[in-house]
Design a protein around this ligand. Structure first.
Ligand code: C5P
Length: 220
């Protein structure tokens, strides 16, 4: 028997990639499948939480009893998350948010003009949703993710400090995007520990249990 470790808690999760339009038929995105975020949404709901999942464009079914809000771009994800964040107890940012977006999407499809010169696409930085939530005066307990190709521990520690979040989770598995398994590196104020290779739902349940211990004040 597993106690409902997140009973009464409201958990907000971002998942998947974002899609930044260049014109009506093209855009910039990435290979995030959303599987880890959706698994965490399911695990949090099973643990008794009320879960809101803000999802970029993914091909995944909504976990049972989870409220899902679909978005495309980073700005839309930001605008969906910010008004909800203060009313949640936990915010878990698993989304692979695009760092930049085209300044403006062209209204019509960009066409080759025969000159051989490709169009210049001017980019602007997207807001950092996790850092913005972590700066709210009434902030939920914030959990960030990091996907890195090298020096994961150092980058995860840097990211935790830069974004001012208590828990930062690194993806240890090589090329975890789209895979069904992963391994995680948890970095908090005490140091770091590993959750070894397992399927994403198993890891999601372990992570939810770890988060729950950080929310519950000691009983003695
Ligand atoms: O800075 P970087 O993208 O590596 O940080 C990753 C973490 O920050 C993830 O938790 C991701 O969901 C979050 N993030 C965000 N908004 C952004 C960029 C990243 O919430 N614009």
């Amino acid at each position: 028997f597993q106690p409902k470790r997140l009973a009464g808690q409201r958990v907000l999760i971002t998942a998947g990639p974002t899609f930044e339009a260049i014109d009506p038929v093209r855009g910039i995105t990435n290979h995030s499948s959303g599987k880890m975020g959706f698994a965490i949404a399911r695990a949090a709901q099973e643990a008794g939480a009320q879960v809101t999942l803000v999802a970029g464009p993914v091909h995944l079914p909504t976990p049972a009893h989870v409220r899902r809000i679909d978005v495309q771009s980073a700005l839309q994800m930001h605008d969906a998350v910010m008004p909800l964040a203060a009313a949640h107890d936990v915010f878990i940012a698993t989304a692979a948010v695009a760092d930049w977006r085209p300044v403006a999407a062209a209204e019509q499809k960009l066409k080759k003009d025969g000159s051989g010169c490709p169009p210049a696409i001017e980019m602007v930085e997207n807001p950092d949703i996790l850092a913005a939530v972590a700066r709210l005066p009434q902030r939920p307990y914030c959990v960030g993710f990091a996907a890195e190709s090298h020096d994961l521990l150092r980058h995860a520690q840097d990211k935790r400090a830069r974004k001012q979040v208590p828990l930062l989770v690194g993806n240890l598995g090589p090329a975890t995007f789209g895979q069904d398994t992963n391994a995680l590196l948890l970095v908090d104020e005490h140091g770091h520990r590993e959750l070894p290779q397992a399927d994403k739902l198993t890891l999601a349940r372990q992570l939810v249990a770890e988060i729950a211990t950080r929310l519950t004040p000691p009983t003695r």
